[in-house]
Design a protein around this ligand. Structure first.
Ligand code: ATP
Length: 300
């Protein structure tokens, strides 16, 4: 009987892992009502990740046939590098991330990870390779330990604590009378925006994916919390190929490469220094944000 149940356990685990990715992704992108239109090819192999180099070759995409959102995007993110995507609202930043996760199929071009077209591998293997730290983390009305362990079914208490330490939230949890058994959510402890992000980071550490997608919160965290979270994220993204939908100056400055997206086209790309020197769209955006940040710090 046990042998009969083992494959069922495994199926359950795969299902929960997928569901976890899908829930965060759907929360990240308000996709709750979107049915998945994507199907695996009948004999699709699993994605085989080595370094997790990501490429977009002339990627075209529209949600509807009559409106193209991305007009031939080229991106090249070498294994372990961080790409920051900046641009005004509606430029297509989140769409890029959705396509990485293959919530939709593209209408032209190719997206590859380590040379494999993501449309040709199983969705399970693709989504298992990608971790997401969304702007708004979905928390369950359960213990904080459960909420972290949701990153990986069957994680031991020691692994959960190690992830919490990595996300710099262990001390906070340990300081509560019920520790990891503390209930969170509507009827329990309310976590701040920064603490919720740390739970998301801890989940991601448990999942340990080679590819990371970070959707930075636009909502104001105080500058100390922001700097602390940034420091944690920098550690987590080291050695992982990372795409950040970036809103914070600190992330953008440190990225290996920045692309500026405008109305579905890359209008500038380079490092922070390159782009400042160019005195174009990025330089303008940067000086505007720097002014805003100075004012915010002065007000704290
Ligand atoms: P923001 O910074 O405001 O999050 P963004 O750069 O991430 O913006 P996207 O969310 O990628 O922008 O949206 C790009 C364009 O695609 C927008 O014009 C948006 O209205 C459109 N769009 C987004 N999601 C859908 C959808 N599910 N169906 C149809 N159009 C959509």
């Amino acid at each position: 009987l046990a042998q009969l149940f083992r494959p069922l356990d495994l199926l359950g685990m795969v299902y929960r892992t997928l569901r976890q990715g899908a829930i965060d992704m759907r929360a990240m992108f308000d996709l709750i009502d979107t049915p998945s239109e994507v199907v695996d090819a009948p004999d699709a192999p699993a994605l085989a990740v080595s370094g997790a180099a990501i490429r977009f070759d002339h990627v075209r995409f529209g949600y509807d046939d009559d409106r193209t959102i991305l007009h031939g995007i080229d991106l090249d993110v070498p294994a372990g590098h961080t790409l920051a995507v900046v641009g005004s609202s509606g430029a297509g930043k989140s769409t890029l991330a959705r396509l990485m996760f293959r919530f939709y199929d593209i209408t032209g071009g190719r997206i590859t990870i380590d040379g494999q077209d993501i449309a040709g591998v199983t969705q399970t293997s693709l989504r298992a390779a990608i971790g997401i730290v969304p702007q708004d983390t979905v928390l369950f009305n359960d213990t904080i330990g459960y909420n972290i362990a949701y990153g990986r079914e069957g994680a031991s208490q020691a692994e959960i604590e190690a992830a919490a330490r990595g996300a710099a939230i262990h001390d906070f949890i340990a300081s509560m009378p019920h520790g990891y058994e503390t209930k969170v959510g509507e009827r329990g402890l309310k976590l701040s925006g920064g603490e919720k992000q740390r739970v998301a980071i801890a989940r991601t550490l448990l999942k340990n994916p080679p590819v990371l997608i970070l959707d930075e919160a636009t909502s104001a965290l105080d500058s100390r919390t922001e700097a602390d979270i940034q420091e944690t994220l920098t550690r987590v993204s080291a050695r992982r190929t990372t795409i950040v939908i970036a809103h914070r100056l600190s992330t953008v400055v440190d990225a290996d490469q920045i692309v500026v997206l405008e109305a579905g086209r890359v209008v500038e790309r380079g490092t922070h220094t390159d782009l400042l020197r160019r005195e174009g769209a990025y330089a303008a955006m940067w000086s505007r944000q720097a002014n805003e940040q100075e004012e915010a710090v002065a007000a704290e």
